[in-house]
Design a protein around this ligand. Structure first.
Ligand code: CA
Ligand code: CA
Ligand code: CA
Length: 300
């Protein structure tokens, strides 16, 4: 009996060692690509990393996205219809969408380049250009983080937040040369957080220049927007463009926006315009020069 027990223990040890070795196969993580592990059910929901270079592969990855996934764009992808980010990550495990160029010139109609209805996305190190309407729009969802995203050549605002989009944080990004040609430039802002966006939206260290309407536009925005360390230059080149560096609300509103350490230079309208907003607007540390209608206008 004693000898048999020893053999049994040895056998169990071999079996355990074998299982452990099988669960740590280096080939699973060697190339950073999608991982298929059909016999490991406990890892079935593990995050995947996918690098995509075609519209079809991109849309498949986006529509299948799960918390923790990393979706990387390689090179330039030409979109023929709006890219829709409808899934959501979680507060502790975001969906990561990064890299490359999304050229939206092949999208028909007055449609956006990218629509984000989901929550808890990180969108980073990307260019979104040439959409027939806004480049990227956040609505409905929240807690999205944008870093180092460039929006240019779109035929409405470069980046817009509205329709309930909340707690979005836009950082280290640039928006330029957006121009709604059909309206003589009346609407295309660098950054728009207007009409109906939710609470908690903020812009940090962003740059808006040479957009046909305003650098930033908070027209009709019912909740406070926080803008820190941002620069608006040379906006309002459209015939109908208002050209404010920072348009900080509108008449009939009482919303205390805060603009801190910002710069407005050489805009066609005012550097900072309350635009009839009766709320107390804080402009601590903000300045600029060369704005045709003056630096501060209707700031309460
Ligand atoms: Ca539009
Ligand atoms: Ca306008
Ligand atoms: Ca505007």
């Amino acid at each position: 009996m004693k000898k048999n027990s020893g053999i049994l223990v040895l056998g169990m040890a071999i079996a355990l060692f074998g299982c452990k070795k099988d669960n740590t196969t280096m080939a699973d993580v060697a190339d950073g690509q999608s991982i298929v592990q059909p016999n490991k059910m406990e890892l079935a929901a593990a995050a995947v990393s996918a690098t995509v270079s075609t519209e079809a592969a991109l849309k498949t990855a986006i529509s299948n996205a799960q918390p923790g996934d990393v979706i990387t764009v390689s090179g330039t992808i030409y979109l023929t219809s709006t890219l829709q980010l409808l899934k959501s990550g979680t507060s502790s495990s975001k969906i990561n969408f990064t890299g490359g160029i999304l050229d939206c010139s092949g999208i028909s109609g007055a449609n956006w380049g990218v629509k984000v209805n989901g929550s808890y996305w990180n969108i980073t190190n990307m260019t979104i250009r040439n959409a027939p309407d806004c480049g990227i729009v956040f609505q409905t969802g929240g807690y999205n983080y944008v870093n180092k995203v460039t929006t240019h050549g779109n035929k409405d605002s470069g980046l817009q937040i509205y329709n309930g989009g909340h707690h979005n944080s836009i950082n280290n990004s640039t928006s330029y040369d957006n121009y709604d040609v059909a309206n003589g430039g009346e609407n295309a802002d660098g950054y728009a957080c207007k009409l109906s966006a939710g609470a908690g939206n903020q812009f940090n260290s962003c740059n808006a220049y040479h957009n046909s309407d305003d650098g930033w536009d908070l027209y009709g925005q019912p909740y406070t927007v926080v803008i820190n360390n941002c620069t608006a230059t040379n906006n309002g080149y459209g015939t109908n463009g208002d050209g404010n560096g920072f348009k900080l609300g509108s008449a009939g509103q009482n919303v205390p926006h805060t603009v801190t350490n910002c710069t407005a230079n050489n805009n066609k309208g005012s550097g900072y315009d309350g635009n009839g907003n009766a709320g107390h607007i804080t402009t601590t540390g903000s300045g600029g020069s060369g704005n045709v209608k003056g630096l501060f206008n209707r700031i309460n």
